[in-house]
Design a protein around this ligand. Structure first.
Ligand SMILES: [Zn+2]
Length: 281
């Protein structure tokens, strides 16, 4: 059933597990996530990146919302990383459960004003808002320690930010990066602990692909209730499609669809188990 993101995150926070928010681009991705969630009786989030929204438009949103409605487990639909007010408005009108209002590229004051406005808008529709404080980088190469730390979430500022904006969940920057980790991931758990102590909101970690299992578990202990997963599931899709085409003499489109769905489903299931949300739907 179509679920409220706030409710999913609050339940996860209470019981110390995390919800997987999986980026989807098409029907195969949606089916893989829903099948994995149903197989493990887990709540889950279908997440649409602005790039996917640009390609799929409102038909992609309608697909996700309908798949969530007809699922046998609680599923919410979330717009990922949007800094465009128009996209946020359309997402909410199209029936999505929550949005990430991303003002992290703005100055602190502008980030507050943008996020506060988007939170008000979402709340009038009964939807939730995630925001990010700090900036996720691709690499720390070439930065001084001070420059690098300036990109991470400041625990004191986090308190001020959530008070001023009224957001429902906060994405933290503690050394996590989008895409592939160029070197061994290093997460600042001391900083995460400080943030968790000061604010009582569900915390979100982006850039989950490639993090060792023990870092995921530690993050959940320290208050992370939502993990964004994109790269690994996309990778499973493309690897499976390539292998199918390389290995099959007479390829059939429907066979290839079945193959890629299974490959993505396996990835999603392994994440759900790691996040501890199995049996929580
Ligand atoms: Zn992200």
């Amino acid at each position: 059933m179509l679920a409220s993101t706030s409710q999913l995150l609050r339940d996860a926070q209470k019981e110390k597990y995390a919800i997987g928010a999986f980026n989807v681009y098409d029907l195969q991705g949606v089916q893989a996530v829903i099948r994995a969630a149903e197989a493990l009786k887990s709540p889950v989030m279908l997440q649409i990146h602005p790039k996917a929204l640009e390609m799929g438009g409102t038909p992609l949103v309608a697909l996700c919302v309908e798949a969530a409605r007809s699922a046998g487990v609680a599923v919410s639909v979330h717009l990922d990383h949007s800094s465009a007010e128009q996209d946020i408005r359309s997402a909410l009108e199209a029936g999505m459960s929550s949005v990430m209002a991303d003002g992290s590229h703005l100055s602190y004051a502008e980030n507050i004003s943008f996020t506060k406005r988007m939170a008000k808008l979402a709340h009038t529709k009964g939807c939730a808002v995630e925001a990010e404080l700090g900036r996720l980088s691709g690499t720390e190469d070439g930065l001084t320690v001070a420059e690098y730390e300036a990109l991470l979430t400041d625990p004191d500022l986090a308190v001020d930010f959530i008070q001023q904006t009224g957001v429902d969940a906060l994405a933290v920057c503690i050394g996590n990066v989008h895409g592939k980790y160029a070197s061994e991931p290093k997460l600042d758990f001391g900083r995460l602990e400080e943030i968790g102590k000061r604010i009582n909101l569900p915390l979100v970690l982006h850039g989950t692909s490639g993090l060792p299992d023990e870092m995921i578990t530690r993050s959940i202990e320290l208050g992370v209730c939502k993990f964004n997963v994109n790269t690994e599931v996309r990778g499973a899709y493309m690897t499976a499609a390539k292998k199918y085409l390389d290995d099959t003499k007479k390829p059939e489109l429907t066979d290839m669809m079945t193959t890629v769905i299974s490959a993505m489903q396996a990835q999603v299931e392994s994440k759900i188990k790691l996040f501890g949300s199995s049996g929580k739907a």
